[in-house]
Unconditional design. Structure first.
Length: 291
């Protein structure tokens, strides 16, 4: 794919995701006290040069001028996080960047946009321990909510870098360890299976509905079928299961979208579906790349 087409798609997807009126999320009608639509706008547009560099690097890999292990995914994610933090003070897009940067590189490596996930998975497999260390620095900068402490390879422990090096933990091994706690890492392992299935569902829905209605429907279906791992980390498994149940009620017609939105916001942002929103953003980028 052409370089700037990829960059545009991976900027547009997260911006659309942030603006669309999905229940429980920041959108063009609703904010949280510590996170607004403007955080998303500033953060997601600040990373254009990093996405450009990511795609250019993938072109070098495709031409054989760099080995896949030299792609520097961890460094690119760290630079994108820093760029986001320089223009606003929240964390609106860490998960989006973790998903988007390898996938944009995969798009550059593939002739067919539908093969980008597999190419991204190959890059993750070829990553190095240095990539993981850089990702850890990115996490420390972004400071996402709900990161567990006192676990093996604790991201906030001063001993973690020595442990990662000693055990040879590249991004692939880290994803295997972290998948249960964070859905976006599962996407690395599956070649972005959920991202692509959601993009395909969106593609079908927009044939029948306006974009906003299609996106809300697709998001409800995600919430009804998957536990949001951010909700699990912030509020516990029972809350995440309750969100799934409520989403199913909406799809069955027993609860309105507005009532579901009010339920999700009852406890501030504890029920804010973050991991699945990241999947939606990546799916919208895939959809944009097909346009």
């Amino acid at each position: 794919m052409e370089r700037w087409k990829i960059v545009r798609a991976f900027l547009l997807g997260p911006l659309l995701e942030a603006a669309l009126p999905k229940p429980g999320n920041v959108n063009r009608y609703r904010d949280f006290s510590d996170l607004t639509l403007y955080n998303f706008i500033f953060a997601n547009t600040a990373v254009v040069s990093v996405y450009h560099e990511a795609v250019r690097t993938a072109e070098l890999v495709r031409r054989g001028e760099l080995f896949p292990s030299e792609a520097g995914i961890g460094s690119l994610i760290k630079r994108a996080v820093i760029a986001s933090k320089e223009v606003q003070d929240a964390n609106p897009n860490f998960g989006v960047l973790v998903l988007g940067i390898p996938l944009a590189m995969g798009a550059s490596l593939s002739k067919n946009p539908l093969e980008a996930g597999e190419k991204a998975r190959d890059l993750i497999r070829s990553s190095t321990v240095r990539d993981t260390m850089e990702l850890y620095r990115a996490i420390r900068t972004a400071n996402p909510k709900g990161i567990p402490g006192e676990v093996k390879y604790d991201v906030y422990s001063d001993d973690s870098f020595e442990e990662l090096f000693r055990d040879g933990i590249n991004l692939w091994k880290l994803a295997e360890i972290s998948c249960e706690r964070e859905l976006v890492f599962c996407e690395w392992l599956t070649g972005y299976e959920l991202t692509y299935s959601t993009a395909e569902r969106l593609f079908q829905l927009i044939k029948e509905y306006p974009l906003e209605d299609a996106a809300v429907r697709a998001f409800l279906e995600l919430l009804a079928s998957r536990e949001d791992t951010l909700i699990v980390r912030k509020a516990g498994k029972e809350e995440a299961e309750l969100v799934m149940e409520k989403a199913r009620e909406v799809l069955k017609g027993g609860l309105s979208v507005d009532e579901f939105d009010a339920f999700l916001r009852e406890k501030g942002d504890l029920r804010n579906p973050g991991s699945l929103a990241d999947i939606m953003a990546a799916s919208l980028s895939v959809l944009a790349s097909r346009a």
